[in-house]
Design a protein around this ligand. Sequence first.
Ligand code: SF4
Length: 178
Amino acid sequence: MNKQTIESQIAELPVCDYAFIEIRDIPFREEVRYICKTECSRYGKSWSCPPAVGTVEECRERCRAYDGAFLFTTMTEVPDMEDLEGMLATRKDHEEITRRIRNLFLEECSGVLALSTESCAVCEHCTYPDAPCRFPDRMFPSVEGFGILVTGLAEQCGITFLSGGNLVTWFSLILYRE
Ligand code: SF4
């Protein structure tokens, strides 16, 4: 894989920060899964979230099948942090950038798994658990749902994510097989 080719194309996108990382450096934590289970209303409601994505150990094993990973962020200003709908609307732009970066890696690599932020929102009503995912190619599993401590990973890489005021930082993690 040619990292320079990827980096030159990423320079044209509104990506805030990024880093290439080793798979072994990704921190998987049962505590992150516990938060999904106890605090997130999307737990058990989507193919992109637990328990559909498997146990944390199974997620770790899926990630180990790749040669490397690419973490990136986008940042958006929202008028009101209390306005969940307004905040989630800004995620659409991040999801589109994730799709474009996933496609960049697909051109360079033999296999790619893209994990993005929060639960999949492609369909108004997810088919889980009654029928298979309608758009497996468009659905990005949740990075946190995999049990990944994404803020810890960002700190390890020197990626800034603590934003003040009305700034929201969105994360995605692209795993690639060369
Ligand atoms: S693409 Fe649709 S069916 Fe698949 S996980 Fe997302 S919302 Fe659910």
